[in-house]
Ligand binder design. Sequence first.
Ligand code: 3HC
Length: 289
Amino acid sequence: MRSVGVIGAGQMGAGIAQVSAAAGYHVYLSDLDLEKAEAGKAGISKALDRLVAKEKMSRNEADTLLSRIEPVANYEPMADAGLIIEAATEREEIKRKIFESVGKILGHQAVLASNTSSIPITRLSQASPDPTRFIGVHFFNPVPVMGLIEVIRGLATSDGTVKVIETYGAALGKQMVYANDAPGFIVNRVLMPMINEACFALGEGVASIRDIDTACQLGLNHPMGPLTLADFIGLDTCLEITNVLLTSTGDPKFRPAPILQKYVEAGWFGRKVKRGFYDYSGEIPVPTR
Ligand code: 3HC
């Protein structure tokens, strides 16, 4: 396999494009339009500049990596890609539309994958032309830093499709784990209840935002506290995944904390809007409560 298609040039899609190009694949990067795909590539270019400045990468390596990323206006150029990964907005109807369109140009041997964090793979595969060649590949943010890929088989996914992902994941240098097509797979099944519990603790006045984060960061040796991490992931995303866990299991232990819902209702989605549990408008994040 020489080329990979990536659909969605946001944070996750751009990260996947970057690590795929670093592994030597030619990458077709698409988004709603060419301008957005090019903006995704420009973001990758900035990230590489930082690596060059820190002497983690030579200018030459960065230029070679960038030259392998081709922003495209539509899916047609992806017809020769051995693997197409969808990393678009986490909305089922958007993803289904993408699979229907890209399905028309998907090569006869090619694999179609989704980076969904919470939508069942078997259900999504129904919008693809061949569910045997459909699979979940769940990357983590920031993609270039995080060493894991969760691999999720749908009911019909073939062994050959899993092999394609194993070869690809190994080329990227990522560790792969296998999860069944169950709500939240592994990481979000464990992570979202932790974040949600931190929100309950905050709402019940157990401790301040800062102290909940410091306690978990230093007491559990996590790189960031749960409320900082929630802001990093996006509070809207955390709420959405928690709701998926609740509705698909019916287990009340997954009910979202009222304060999480409140912040989302206020549009305080976290870092991407500069306000969540912390205010990011200044140089140092300041707790909002
Ligand atoms: N792209 C590339 N490299 C990056 C980066 C990015 N966006 N962000 C940070 N880095 C690199 C830095 O260059 C630095 O590299 P170096 O150590 O070689 O110099 C290294 O990562 C550490 O970065 P910083 O010193 O800037 O900052 P931190 O030490 O605070 O680390 C962090 C930042 C890597 C984000 C760390 O805090 C962390 O690991 N946090 C937890 C992240 C996490 O849990 N992600 C998973 C979220 S869940 C998910 O994605 C699933 C979804 O479905 C919800």
